[in-house]
Design a protein around this ligand. Structure first.
Ligand code: WTA
Length: 651
C-alpha cells in the first residue's frame, strides 16, 4: 500500500487524447452532462437504446427495499436474443463474432449466424434434459466457443449458469455445485494449457463423487482434448451426439429484467466463497454501455480482444455479454501467453489485426520482464486502444504498455470494478479524459462514487479512505446466493445504504481516484481474488498442520503473492526431517485443494505465530517479514519475543 501511495504522489504525467482519436470517439462529454442532469433518466435511455426489450419497462429503479435493488423491473427481455438473434435480424449474421484460436494453433471463425444457431441447438438440448427457468447449470470448460454457447444457452431458457474456472480443483468445483444445487454440469474432456492437455472431465467425476447434495443429474461433455475419459451410463452425454444433432429452431421468450442470469463465486473474507448473483436487464445495460464507451467500440471495424478467462467476471462481462450485446468481433484464445513461444499474444494481435486489447497488469509486467524485443517482432499497428483491469496498474507498466505495445500514442484505460459491481465503475473515457498513468481516474457516467473515513464522513481533499458507491447502479449484484444476511453484512452494514467495496482509495488534487488495494483479508494475486481465510483453512485441513497464517506479500510480477506461516503438529515434527519438504508438501496440498492459482509462493514452517492478547494473529507483522522489511511495532503482542524467534526461523 505504501508503495502505491509513493507512486501516486510522484506521478505527474498527463496524456491528452489526440485530436484524431477524439474526433472519432463514440463517447462524448454529453454523457456526463446527461447523467448529471438526471441519473435515472440517463440509465433508462441507455437501457432503451442499447437493448431490445420484449416488453418495454416503465419503472427505472425500485430502491424501496435497500439493499435489494430492482432495475427496469416491469420490462422483459431475452439476454441471448440481445447478444445474438437481433444482430442476425439486423443483417449482420455474416459478421464474425468469435475468431477462436486454440493453443495448439487450430482456429475457427464463428459468425453471429452460426453462434445463434449453435445456442439455439444447445438451448433445445438443455430443455430436453429437463433444465428450466431458475435451474442452475455449472459450466467447467476451457476457453473454447462452446463455453460462450453454454452460457448463452442457459440465458436463452432462463436457467442460471455458474461458471467455475477450469483451474479450480475437484473440491472447489464440488462445493460450488453443492452451494448452487446445480442439476447439470457442462464440461469438456480436457483443454490445452502450456502445450499439454489438462483433464477436466475426470475432475468433474471426482467432484461429483465428493459433492454431498447429489443434485447433478447429467454431465454434458464437449470433445476437445481427446484425452481418455470415462462416460457414466445414463448420466454423461457427448455434446457432439446431442447439441450438434439438435434442431436450430428455438423460440426465445422474454424474461423479467430481474430474472437471475448467473451466479459467480468469488473469495471473501471468510473461508467460504460467495455466490455473487447477477440479473438480466440492468446487468446487460451497464456491460453494454461500458463496453461501448470505455473501449470506444466501432463494431463494424474493430477487432476486440479481452484476454480474461470466462471463469472470471471479466470473462462474463467483457468476453461474453458486453461484446456480444454490442455486436463486436472478438478474439477468443484458449491457451497461455507463452505457448509455444513468448510472443504468442502478439502473434495473435498481428494475425487478427486486433484493435482493442483488454488485459491485466500482471500480464503486462511479465511481458516487461521478458523485454520489448519480443512484441517488437510483430506488427502491432492495428492496436488503437488498450485497457487494464484487475489491480492497480503501476505507472511504469502503464507507460510500457502504451509505448511498447501501443506504439506510444494510443489511449490506455485503467478500469476499476469487481465481481459484485458486474461492470466497469471507474475509468477514463477515451477521447475525453486526459489520461493519468496509475490512476483509474473518474466514475463512469451515471455512477456515484465517494471516499469515506472509517466513521462514514466523506474524506475531503487528498486524504485516503474507503471506496463506496453511494447510489444503486444497474449491474450491481442482487445478493449472495442463498445468503441474504451475508450480503447485508458484507457490503451494507458498514455505511448504511452506501455500498462498501472493500478497497482503499484516495483522490488527487484534480479529483482523480487512485485505488490503494484491499482493506480486508482478500489478496489479489495476478488479478485474481483469494481469501487468506480460505487458504488458511486448506492448510489446517492437512494432517500435519496445527496452525496457519496467510498473508499477501507484494510481488513484482503477480502484484501480491501468497505467503504462509505454518506451525506443525507436535506429533508430526519428529517425522519431518527437512522443513523444505514439508513446505513443498503443503504448497502442493493447497494447489490440489483449491486450485493452482492459490498455491503459496512460500510456506515457512515456524514454531509460533504473532498474536495479540486476545489471540488475534497480527498479519501486518508477518507481511513485514514476507516483504523483507524491518518488522513494525510489536508492542501489542502477547509475547513480544515471538517475532524475533519467527524472524530467525524465516531468514
Ligand atoms: C481489484 C475484477 C485497482 C480491487 C474485475 C477490486 C482493481 C478487486 C482494479 C475485484 C483496478 C480490480 N485498479 N484495483 N483497475 N480492478 N481491482 O472481483 O481490489 O476479481 O476490489 O473483479 O480487484 O476483483 P474481481
Amino acid at each position: 500500500m505504501t508503495v502505491q501511495i509513493d507512486h501516486a504522489l510522484e506521478e505527474i504525467r498527463r496524456f491528452r487524447p489526440s485530436p484524431e482519436f477524439a474526433a472519432q470517439a463514440v463517447a462524448g462529454t454529453r454523457l456526463y452532462e446527461e447523467a448529471r442532469a438526471d441519473r435515472l433518466a440517463f440509465w433508462a435511455d441507455q437501457a432503451r437504446s442499447l437493448l431490445q426489450w420484449e416488453t418495454p419497462f416503465t419503472r427505472t429503479l425500485d430502491w424501496s427495499n435497500p439493499p435489494f435493488a430492482k432495475w427496469f423491473d416491469d420490462g422483459t427481455l431475452n439476454v441471448a436474443v440481445n447478444c445474438l438473434d437481433r444482430h442476425v435480424a439486423a443483417g449482420n449474421g455474416d459478421r464474425v463474432a468469435l475468431h477462436w484460436e486454440g493453443e495448439p494453433g487450430d482456429s475457427r471463425d464463428v459468425t453471429y449466424a452460426e453462434l445463434t444457431d449453435e445456442v439455439r441447438r444447445a438451448a433445445n438440448v438443455l430443455t430436453d434434459l429437463g433444465i428450466g427457468e431458475h435451474d442452475r447449470v455449472a459450466i467447467y470448460l476451457p476457453m473454447i466457443p462452446e463455453a460462450v454457447v453454454a452460457m448463452l444457452a442457459c440465458a436463452r431458457i432462463g436457467a442460471i449458469h455458474s461458471v467455475v474456472f477450469g483451474g479450480f480443483s475437484a473440491d472447489s468445483l464440488a462445493s460450488r455445485i453443492d452451494d448452487a444445487e446445480a442439476s447439470l454440469v457442462i464440461t469438456a474432456d480436457g483443454g490445452y494449457r502450456k502445450g499439454k492437455v489438462f483433464p477436466l472431465k475426470p475432475v468433474v467425476d471426482d467432484a461429483l463423487a465428493k459433492a454431498e447434495g447429489g443434485t447433478v443429474k447429467n454431465v454434458l461433455v464437449v470433445r476437445r482434448g481427446e484425452n481418455d475419459i470415462e462416460m457414466a451410463d445414463g448420466r454423461d452425454l457427448w455434446w457432439h451426439d446431442t447439441v450438434a444433432q439438435a434442431s436450430n429452431e428455438h423460440e426465445a421468450q422474454g424474461f423479467e429484467a430481474e430474472h437471475p442470469l448467473f451466479i459467480l463465486y468469488t473469495s471473501g473474507t471468510t473461508g467460504k466463497p460467495k455466490g455473487i448473483l447477477h440479473t438480466s436487464g440492468g446487468y446487460l445495460t451497464q456491460v453494454a454501455f461500458t463496453h461501448k464507451n470505455v473501449f470506444d467500440l466501432h463494431p463494424e471495424t474493430d477487432v476486440y480482444w479481452c484476454t480474461a478467462d470466462v471463469g472470471w467476471v471479466t470473462g462474463h462481462s467483457y468476453v461474453v455479454y458486453g461484446p456480444l450485446a454490442n455486436g463486436a468481433t472478438q478474439v477468443l484464445y484458449e491457451g497461455t501467453p507463452d505457448t509455444p513461444h513468448p510472443g504468442r499474444w502478439w502473434e495473435i494481435v498481428e494475425k487478427y489485426r486486433v484493435s482493442i486489447l483488454y488485459t491485466a497488469p500482471t500480464a503486462i509486467r511479465s511481458f516487461m520482464k521478458l523485454g520489448r524485443q519480443i512484441p517488437h517482432e510483430f506488427n502491432l499497428r492495428s492496436l488503437r486502444l488498450l485497457g487494464s483491469v484487475g489491480e492497480p496498474i503501476n505507472p511504469e507498466a502503464w507507460i510500457w504498455y502504451r509505448h511498447v505495445i501501443g506504439g506510444g500514442s494510443i489511449p490506455v484505460v485503467d478500469t476499476w470494478w469487481q465481481t459484485e459491481t458486474g461492470a466497469i465503475m471507474i475509468s477514463a473515457l477515451p477521447g475525453i479524459t486526459d489520461l493519468k498513468p496509475g490512476s483509474a481516474q473518474v466514475p463512469v457516467p451515471g455512477i456515484s462514487i465517494d471516499i469515506l473515513a472509517d466513521d462514514g464522513t466523506p474524506v475531503e481533499g487528498e486524504g485516503g479512505g474507503l471506496l463506496v458507491v453511494t447510489e444503486p447502479w444497474p449491474s450491481m449484484l442482487r445478493g449472495i446466493w442463498g445468503d441474504p444476511e451475508r450480503f447485508k453484512e458484507t457490503y451494507w452494514e458498514k455505511f448504511g445504504d452506501k455500498y462498501f467495496a472493500g478497497d482503499g482509495a484516495r483522490r488527487d488534487e484534480d479529483g482523480d481516484i487512485w485505488l490503494l488495494g484491499r482493506v480486508d483479508d482478500v489478496m489479489n494475486v495476478s488479478g485474481h481474488r483469494l481469501s487468506t481465510a480460505e487458504i488458511e483453512s486448506s492448510l489446517v485441513a492437512h494432517p500435519w498442520t496445527a496452525e496457519a497464517a496467510v498473508v499477501g506479500a507484494s510481488d513484482e510480477t503477480t502484484g501480491q503473492a501468497v505467503v504462509a506461516f505454518v506451525i506443525l503438529k507436535a506429533s508430526q515434527v519428529e517425522h519431518v526431517t527437512d522443513p523444505s519438504d514439508a513446505a513443498e508438501e503443503l504448497r502442493r496440498h493447497v494447489a490440489t485443494q483449491i486450485g493452482a492459482i492459490a498455491r503459496p509462493r512460500q510456506v515457512f514452517i515456524v514454531n509460533e505465530l504473532p498474536k495479540t492478547r486476545s489471540g488475534k494473529i497480527m498479519r501486518r507483522l508477518l507481511r513485514d517479514l514476507a516483504e523483507g522489511r524491518q518488522v513494525g511495532d510489536t508492542t501489542t503482542l502477547a509475547d513480544t519475543s515471538v517475532m524475533t524467534a519467527i524472524t530467525e526461523q524465516v531468514r
